[in-house]
Design a protein around this ligand. Structure first.
Ligand code: CP
Ligand code: NVA
Length: 310
């Protein structure tokens, strides 16, 4: 029915600008249906497996609730409860899951595991966060930005902090959608050079500008949105102390935010650490749209499952 049926989502560079825009529009449509109290169950009888090798609040709840609302069923498969955690191979896990399920979401460490699962599975595989990318979050984020600003192309999003999975997916997604993305990271914590080059190559086609700078003030200048994320991602907890030092001048506070546009929005994928990557005044202040982002994880994930699994 649509070009996405049966496809995987490993990172947003798998998809064309039109396909990403289609997913955003579908999410907005599904959200409106839900708000109107309409029952919409195109995935009746379908099951998705949710493999988690890392913690989650939003991703787990949005996939489970989303699948329930769509008429299907979701299985929470924590690493400690399935044989994958005892050494069963990804290939065998993929082969077996493909005989029971209609789709798999996986949250894990190395991105190669997500790629391997997709290679061996005959059903759609969705990346629910790897060390490299977090495309599900970014679909919800650009939906939220679109809802707040009424457009995407030509907006400027400043990301201040760790050049991590969030920075990567925001750059790739921004490049696809014509959003200028300016990343400010301290030395040694820049985003992956290959991802930056890939995003810049996409941006040349769409007119977006993707840049990596050192100075948070330069990134935030005239920004329509300021985005921040934790200094130590899951899997990097033991670097917390060293990172607190390296990132000390990378907190998004009222002073830094005053260099953005007066109507800027503050965004964060959550979970957040107030007093580290963002001040309490900014994240809990009038510019913050963090709960709209969190809510849109539900609508964005529903759109994704409908597009890939029906
Ligand atoms: N933003 C996000 O993915 O949150 P969780 O880790 O709680 O799923
Ligand atoms: N960069 C964070 C995002 C959490 C949603 C992490 O990987 O832990």
């Amino acid at each position: 029915k649509n070009s996405l049926s049966g496809r995987d989502l490993l990172e947003l560079d798998d998809y064309t600008s039109e396909e990403i825009r289609y997913l955003l529009d579908l999410a907005i449509d599904i959200k409106a249906k839900h708000k109107a109290g309409e029952v919409y169950q195109p995935l009746k009888g379908k099951t998705i497996g949710l493999i988690f090798e890392k913690s989650s609040t939003r991703t787990r709840v949005s996939f489970e609730v989303g699948m329930f609302q769509l008429g299907g069923h979701a299985l929470f498969l924590s690493k400690n409860d399935i044989q994958l955690g005892r050494g069963e191979t990804i290939a065998d896990t993929a082969g077996v899951m493909s005989r029971y399920l209609d789709g798999i979401m996986i949250r894990t460490f190395g991105h190669d595991k997500v790629v391997d699962l997709a290679r061996y599975a005959s059903i759609p595989v969705i990346n629910g966060l790897s060390d490299l990318a977090h495309p599900c979050q970014v679909l919800a984020d650009y939906q939220t930005l679109l809802e707040h600003k009424g457009k995407l192309a030509g907006l400027k999003l400043a990301y201040v902090g760790d050049g991590n999975n969030m920075a990567h997916s925001l750059m790739i997604g921004g490049a696809k959608l014509g959003v200028h993305v300016s990343i400010a990271s301290p030395e040694g914590y820049e985003p992956d050079a290959q991802v930056v080059a890939a995003a810049q190559a996409i941006a040349r086609e769409t007119g977006a500008v993707i840049e990596v700078v050192r100075d948070p003030m330069a990134a935030v200048q005239h920004a329509d949105a300021i985005y921040s994320d934790v200094w130590a991602s899951m899997g990097f907890e033991e670097e917390q102390k060293a990172r607190e030092l390296a990132f000390a001048s990378y907190q998004v506070d009222e002073e830094l935010a005053s260099h953005a546009k007066p109507d800027y929005v503050f965004m964060h994928c959550l979970p957040a650490h107030r007093g580290e990557e963002v001040s309490e005044g900014v994240i809990d202040g009038p510019h913050s749209i963090i709960f709209d982002q969190a809510e849109n994880r539900l609508h964005a994930q529903k759109a994704l499952m409908v597009a890939l699994m029906s």
